[in-house]
Design a protein around this ligand. Structure first.
Ligand code: NAD
Length: 476
């Protein structure tokens, strides 16, 4: 277990708290990781008392935690640690009461699970009412700004009340088992690292495909689009972990320094290397324009791009990113595609594809290395590719129990470990790289190209690789 804590969840009645944070905390409780005496305090605008909020939490657990884990007694034990206080982030009500609730000598963490415009006011009030102490932590949700200027302003506001070591900017992709395993595989083996450079890696593909549309959050999404919603944060973080130099140790700043260097080494992107798309509707699903309730929208629900990194390790190895909504399937993966051997002693081999290391984030977190072997049997030296497969669910004893990204990250907050959280300068560097791309679209008034719902995105995105003699892995 971690040390005794008080965790205040601002926005404790919201969607994220209900679906992820509270169920995740309950699973950590079942795993015996939450200390005796800890408290979870929901804080939002709704007028709940403790009993009302406990019943809300009970319902969230029943809805979002697997039924096999529903033990009435355990849930009851868990919710006894739960309290509620009505607090207004923009006003003065509730703050004196919250200050009075705090206990000396107990770790205090404040989760900002509210709309971003409330991040600043919350930080200010925590400071003003002396609710936060020097060891307190704040957890800040996405989105962290919408460009460099707003991100800097937000960093500035938070810095008035908190030191950088107290600020935990969440990118839940970093809490995924596979993402951490990526570092274990790269830096815990001797097998991969010598090949991890432009001499041996032909190219890298990062795909985050979703089958759902923007649905209920259409009008929110329409203001950001795929580049702000996915690329600037999640895909950029994955790219950093794939491309960074080995840090000297696993300390938070050692890792984050290396990630930052990757972002700073990214080449500016040529508009010809970007494809933006917007999904069409069909008989079953609404189009993006309908979902966004904006028939003139030029926001992209899909983006594919080719990137270059100007450093000794990666110069010459393109990185292709793509992400979108309403695609064929829900898949997130990173594929490191290696070059062919310098010479084939077996003569030309029809359709042979080289080694690929696939790091799968969802579904079925795991890794898979494609290697070439001889086709078994008497048919001569014919080569085939087979996967060396490692699915984490199978490899772990209680396989279906891989902790959710949020629960892992919340535990890291309690431990005071910032390795898997974005530092302020990282976020700013990522915006500094994204801003000119967006400005160029705005200036040229470019429009996204339409693509069919349930497809792999616009054909132009296939061309992005075809013209380089490469092709995307299938979305499945
Ligand atoms: P939500 O709208 O469902 O919940 C918002 C919460 O904020 C509610 O509990 C509400 O009572 C509270 N609130 C609103 N105004 C308040 C005020 N003045 N004072 C105090 N509390 C107030 O939002 P959500 O979907 O839970 O999202 C919360 C945050 O998490 C947002 O920053 C969002 O971008 C981020 N996020 C959400 C998801 C998700 O899946 N829902 C995923 C990633 C990031």
């Amino acid at each position: 277990p971690v040390e005794v804590f008080d965790l205040v969840i601002f926005g404790g009645t919201g969607d994220l708290a209900r679906r992820k944070i509270l169920p995740g905390l309950y699973r950590r409780f079942l795993a015996g990781q939450l200390p005796e005496g800890m408290r979870i305090i929901g804080a939002a605008r709704t007028d709940f008392d403790d009993a009302g909020y406990r019943s809300f939490v009970n319902d969230a657990i029943c809805e979002f935690v697997k039924p096999s884990k529903h033990d009435k007694e355990r849930i009851k034990e868990f919710v006894e640690n739960i309290h509620y206080l009505a607090v207004d982030a923009m006003g003065e009500s509730g703050w004196t009461e919250l200050a009075a609730l705090m206990r000396p000598g107990v770790i205090r963490a404040f989760y900002f699970s509210v709309a971003p415009r409330l991040f600043g006011p919350l930080a200010e009030r925590l400071h003003e009412y002396e609710i936060a102490d020097a060891d307190s932590r704040i957890v800040v949700e996405k989105p962290f700004g919408r460009d460099l200027e707003t991100a800097k302003a937000l960093n500035g506001v938070l810095a008035e009340s908190f030191d950088e070591h107290q600020i935990y900017r969440i990118d839940h992709y970093l809490g995924k088992e596979t993402v951490q395993n990526l570092m274990a595989v790269r830096f815990g083996n001797v097998l991969f690292e010598p090949l991890w450079n432009s001499q041996y890696v032909d190219h890298i593909q990062i795909t985050v495909a979703e089958s759902v549309g923007v649905g209920g959050r259409g009008s929110y999404y329409d203001k950001s689009g795929a580049i702000r919603d996915m690329v600037q944060n999640h895909l950029m973080q994955l790219l950093c972990l794939i491309a960074m130099e080995p840090p000297s140790d696993f300390e938070p700043d050692a890792v984050r320094d290396e990630k930052l260097k990757v972002i700073r080494a990214l080449d500016p992107v040529d508009q010809a290397d970007i494809v933006r798309g917007q999904y069409r509707g069909d008989d079953d699903v609404a189009s993006y324009l309908e979902d966004a309730e904006n028939e003139d929208s030029t926001t992209e629900s899909f983006i594919a791009m080719k990137l270059g990194i100007s450093n000794w390790r990666w110069k010459g190895t393109p990185i292709y990113l793509r992400t979108g909504k309403r695609l064929r399937d829900r898949t997130s993966e990173i594929a490191v595609v290696f070059k062919d051997p310098p010479h084939s002693i077996f003569g030309p081999q029809e359709g042979r594809r080289g080694n690929v290391l696939v790091i799968r984030l969802q579904p079925n977190e795991g890794m898979n290395l494609r290697v070439t072997i001889k086709e078994p049997g008497p048919g001569g030296m014919r080569l085939i590719e087979v996967p060396l497969d490692m699915s984490f669910a199978e490899a772990l004893a209680d396989g279906d129990d891989i902790p959710d990204a949020y629960e892992r990250l919340i535990m890291d907050v309690m431990r005071g470990n910032q390795t898997l959280f974005m530092r302020g300068d990282e976020v700013e560097a990522a915006w500094a790289w994204t801003d000119p791309i967006i400005e160029a679209w705005e200036k040229a008034r470019t429009k996204p190209v339409p693509y069919d719902a349930g497809s792999s995105g616009p054909d132009d995105s296939l061309m992005l690789l075809h013209r380089d003699g490469r092709r995307w892995r299938e979305i499945k």
